[in-house]
Design a protein around this ligand. Structure first.
Ligand SMILES: CC(C)(COP(=O)(O)OP(=O)(O)OC[C@H]1O[C@@H](n2cnc3c(N)ncnc32)[C@H](O)[C@@H]1OP(=O)(O)O)[C@@H](O)C(=O)NCCC(=O)NCCS
Length: 177
């Protein structure tokens, strides 16, 4: 079985890429489902346009798709197969699931895709018996912080110089009870 690094290493960085201005409306019927091998191209492309460094590779995504301790979710609508994705990790014996990554296609941001993914992430973690969700986010990532706080995450700590470029991370947690 493939292994997953349960903790992002302290020197890894995922910097947020700039948001283009060509927003396109998301069709109303948004669906969140488990990602499949056929989503690999879309997942890698989304990773490329959402993060400027420390991207998950195609091989990592392939392993996560195949792993019991990871869950990759994709938001889709009609013929738009990958509007966003979330990567969730579980650890044996731990009641805390870790949201490792969340991203929405630049042209679909601000239309509820991230919130829908977070809702699905929480439901999936509950189904797996998790009692809490944790994540790290760059302290300068205002959009993600606003989304997490709106969705019930509370700040539980700070990792100083967590990212490669020296940026700090906030740690957030949401109770699933
Ligand atoms: C962070 C991210 C996933 C948000 O996804 P999204 O689909 O745009 O989020 P939603 O449309 O569901 O937004 C829901 C809430 O999040 C907050 N939010 C989202 N984008 C925001 C922005 N640019 N500025 C401020 N708040 C924002 C708001 O509270 C919003 O609620 P509102 O629309 O009622 O104001 C998206 O901006 C993204 O992919 N960024 C690049 C990758 C990234 O930084 N991922 C997080 C790594 S920890």
């Amino acid at each position: 079985m493939p292994t997953i690094t349960p903790q992002r290493s302290p020197d890894s960085a995922r910097r947020v890429a700039a948001k283009p201005a060509d927003a396109r409306p998301v069709p109303s019927k948004l669906r969140v489902r488990r990602a499949a091998a056929s989503d690999l191209d879309d997942l890698v492309a989304l990773e490329q346009c959402s993060f400027s460094s420390d991207r998950l590779s195609r091989a990592q995504y392939r392993r996560h798709l195949d792993s019991d301790s990871a869950l990759v979710l994709v938001a889709s609508s009609g013929d738009r197969h990958c509007l966003g994705n979330a990567v969730l990790f579980f650890r044996k014996g731990s009641a805390v699931a870790r949201l490792y990554s969340l991203a929405t296609q630049p042209m679909a941001r601000g239309q509820g895709v991230g919130a829908a993914l977070l809702e699905a992430v929480a439901a999936a973690a509950r189904r797996r018996g998790s009692h809490a969700l944790r994540l790290e986010v760059r302290t300068d990532n205002a959009a993600a912080i606003a989304l997490y706080e709106r969705e019930g995450f509370r700040r539980i700590g700070r990792y100083v110089r967590y990212y490669q470029d020296g940026a700090d991370a906030w740690r957030y947690e949401k109770s699933l009870d």
